[in-house]
Design a protein around this ligand. Structure first.
Ligand SMILES: [Zn+2]
Length: 314
């Protein structure tokens, strides 16, 4: 990829899914110079013309994406190849091998995948004239692949949510347009808890050592104090976000959104929105599932919800 030079800044929100990533991305979209693309890692670029943007319009007539899709870089993307490669290179065994391969001896096909990924974000940056692109694919593997593109200036926002809330949310099916599955399958609490531990551990192992590129934030803090969370993200990027006019306490004014994918129910919210913690698990989860999830996740829970809090207040 030595023929490329222009860098693209991508802020990737990574975590377990059902962790408030769409909400965080929508709030970031309101910050000047930010443009939110949603869950690009799950989007089938080949079928975009048949799908709708989260603004409700078909991608071909959406004002944001119709312009992006006309960009030279977007036209150059091998969309058929991307559909095949994204599944191949999100495979966990491949990622683990790639993570351990310090020599970074990539196959030609993998190089093509990375090059086409860059073309996508470059087309977005050129068309929207933004400085920062946010992506809420949430996948640790996709995030790792992004980190391998030298022309992508990557910042990793590790979004952690209380595991019982994640497990409860994942036990409910949800409509998820523009993805392969459309309806997200139900996941058992114990499986959700194991994934929560594995995913968070991998994210820390892969990205936390880069202190200037990695920030861990909590869904619960985002809801409680959105200004503070957004300012912390700004600080990571070297931005001093003094005034966030669209946030007043827990009230956030959400404008237009052009996400490719994500929580469609969150995308439907526009205008003044009051942030509220989703704690339905406290009411609806069986006590034995609460106990099981707590048993599986307690060491990391301690780290994220006790140690992190102490550090923040010290
Ligand atoms: Zn749109």
């Amino acid at each position: 990829m030595s023929n490329l030079s222009e860098k693209v800044t991508v802020i990737h929100i990574v975590g377990t899914g059902r962790n408030g990533s769409t909400l965080l991305e929508r709030i970031l979209n309101e910050v000047p110079d930010f443009f939110a693309v949603g869950e690009v890692g799950w989007t089938d670029l080949e079928k975009m013309e048949e799908c709708n943007c989260h603004c409700g319009k078909n991608f071909q007539v959406c004002p944001a994406w119709s312009a992006i899709m006309k960009e030279d870089d977007f036209q150059k993307i091998d969309k058929k190849g991307m559909a095949e490669w994204r599944d191949k290179y999100r495979n966990s065994s491949y990622i683990f091998k790639s993570f351990l391969d310090k020599k970074q001896d990539f196959s030609d096909m993998f190089e093509k995948y990375l090059y086409n990924t860059y073309l996508f974000y470059h087309a977005v940056q050129k068309s929207s004239a933004c400085k920062y692109i946010t992506d809420s694919t949430c996948s640790a593997a996709y995030c790792h692949n992004l980190s391998l593109v030298p022309e992508i200036d990557l910042y990793v926002i590790h979004l952690v949510r209380e595991p019982k809330g994640v497990a409860h949310s994942r036990s409910i099916t949800k409509y998820w347009p523009n993805s392969k599955v459309v309806w997200l399958p139900r996941v058992t609490p114990w499986s959700a808890a194991i994934t929560w531990v594995k995913r968070n551990l991998f994210i820390e192992l892969a990205f936390a050592k880069r202190k200037d590129r990695y920030l861990r934030v909590h869904y619960e803090d985002l809801i409680e104090n959105p200004t503070q969370t957004i300012k912390r993200i700004g600080k990571l990027l070297g931005l001093e976000l003094k005034q966030l006019d669209f946030i007043d306490g827990k009230n956030v004014v959400l404008g237009d959104t052009h996400l490719t994918g994500g929580n469609i129910y969150v995308s439907a919210k526009t205008g003044k929105t009051v942030l509220k913690l989703d704690e339905r698990w406290k009411r609806d989860m069986k006590w034995w599932n609460v106990a099981l999830v707590s048993l599986i996740t307690w060491p990391l829970m301690l780290r994220y919800f006790i140690v992190d809090k102490i550090k923040k207040h010290s």
